[in-house]
Design a protein around this ligand. Structure first.
Ligand code: GLA
Length: 394
């Protein structure tokens, strides 16, 4: 149940507070050039483990509007215009907190401490072995996935709305105690979601620790640029700026090889429909049930660079992914099977959303040859990713 409780916040921030937080999707809207049209609203959304959970609506006044909750840092809705200015919600999700609590495949969530898989749920760090819960078993091979049984997607974050001249945002903070989900050290994490006035969703991640620990934070939104209820994403045209990928075994664990994409269904160096080769007779495609792989992004990690571009031809929506990370997991929603009933009672069927998860490579703690994911006391983990929403003509 939603209840508007906080005009106070919005007023303190100098925001406008709309009586009705969300107009129906697909309604054309006039976009103000006035930055004061940026608004943040908070409504109470329920409780988890006795902690209040809120739903924030961030509107940049220029055509980007996000609903985000401090439960799991989950992006519940993201509206942006098509080439004719028609708004649609382009991420998969649920209408109610209860639906998220009932279990789901990480729709819209912040992922940590370790996004992606760690083989057999074990790793050795500074000559000591650590064991994690194995919460996933592709091909019958157990692994630790996305931070464990209660990862960062299932905790209530401390949230604070932010407002600056050319952007509005939400600061999310979480302290993961020493030993949490088997990981060593207390980890203090701060994530910012920003909506800028040029229709960019910017995410910054920071973390510090008091003992060495692996850290690999990411965002797990499922996109469908035609609208979340538009069916399969196979017609989206994808380009990934990567000459190589990390091939996996049947358990979706990297073998350690960095394999050229040349001549494989993984070659997205030129814009290619997602569906063009998704059912190719190819071992990697078979292991993933489609695309569920990590690409080795071109260019120097640590600098913000263009990783991927997706265009949806019928609406003209275009999304660019920029990141400082070395890798990008492209997951084509192969495990979606209609059993998750999403917003507006939409059953999310096979491949009706895709994820572009910026990250370090999967299972890095067991691959010393990969870029390191180990954070040590005194260091600051920093990572930035941007999803830039644009449109292209017919
Ligand atoms: C990740 C993984 C996929 C799948 C989804 C959630 O993206 O790579 O294999 O587990 O999360 O269903």
């Amino acid at each position: 149940m939603q209840r508007n409780v906080t005009t106070a916040i919005a007023t303190a921030l100098g925001c406008l507070v709309a009586a009705n937080p969300l107009p129906a999707a697909d309604t054309p809207r006039a976009h103000s050039e006035d930055a004061s049209a940026m608004t943040i609203e908070r409504v109470s959304w329920g409780t988890v483990d006795g902690h209040p959970v809120d739903l924030y609506t961030l509107d940049n006044g220029r055509g980007l509007r996000m609903k985000v909750t401090n439960y799991g840092g989950i992006v519940v809705a993201l509206e942006c215009p098509d080439r004719d200015g028609r708004m649609a919600d382009v991420v998969l999700g649920f209408d109610r907190l209860e639906d998220y609590l009932a279990g789901h495949p990480y729709f819209g969530a912040l992922i940590g401490r370790y996004g992606n898989r760690i083989a057999a749920g074990r790793f050795v760090l500074d000559e000591r072995e650590y064991r994690l819960a194995t919460n996933n078993a592709p091909g019958g091979r157990p692994c630790a996935l996305h931070g464990g049984l209660k990862g960062f997607d299932k905790v209530v974050w401390r949230a604070e709305p932010l407002r600056e001249p050319d952007r509005i945002g939400l600061r999310l903070r979480h302290t993961s105690p020493d030993g949490d989900e088997g990981y060593p050290g207390r980890l203090d994490v701060t994530v910012h979601y920003w909506l800028t006035t040029d229709n960019t969703w910017r995410i910054t991640y920071e973390a510090t620790t008091d003992r060495p620990t692996p850290v690999n934070l990411t965002q797990h939104s499922y996109f469908n640029l035609a609208g979340h209820a538009s069916g399969p994403i196979l017609g989206h045209v994808l380009q990934i700026h990567a000459d190589r990928f990390t091939p996996v075994d049947a358990g979706l664990i990297p073998t350690g090889e960095l394999r050229p994409v040349d001549g494989t269904p993984m070659d997205f160096r030129r814009p290619t429909p997602i569906g063009a080769r998704i059912d190719a007779d190819d071992e990697q495609i078979r292991f993933g049930g489609g695309y569920d792989h990590n690409w080795v992004l071109n260019g120097p990690a640590g600098t913000l660079r263009l990783a991927a571009v997706v265009e949806e031809p019928t609406t003209g929506r275009r999304m660019e992914v920029w990141t400082t990370e070395p890798g990008l997991q492209f997951y084509s929603g192969n495990f979606l099977d209609g059993s998750n009933i999403g917003k507006g009672r939409t059953p999310y069927g096979h491949r009706t959303g895709f994820c572009l998860e910026t990250q370090h490579f999967p299972d890095s703690p067991n691959h010393p040859e990969f870029p390191s994911t180990i954070l040590r006391p005194g260091e600051v983990y920093r990572s930035q990713t941007e999803y830039r929403f644009r449109t292209v003509g017919p």
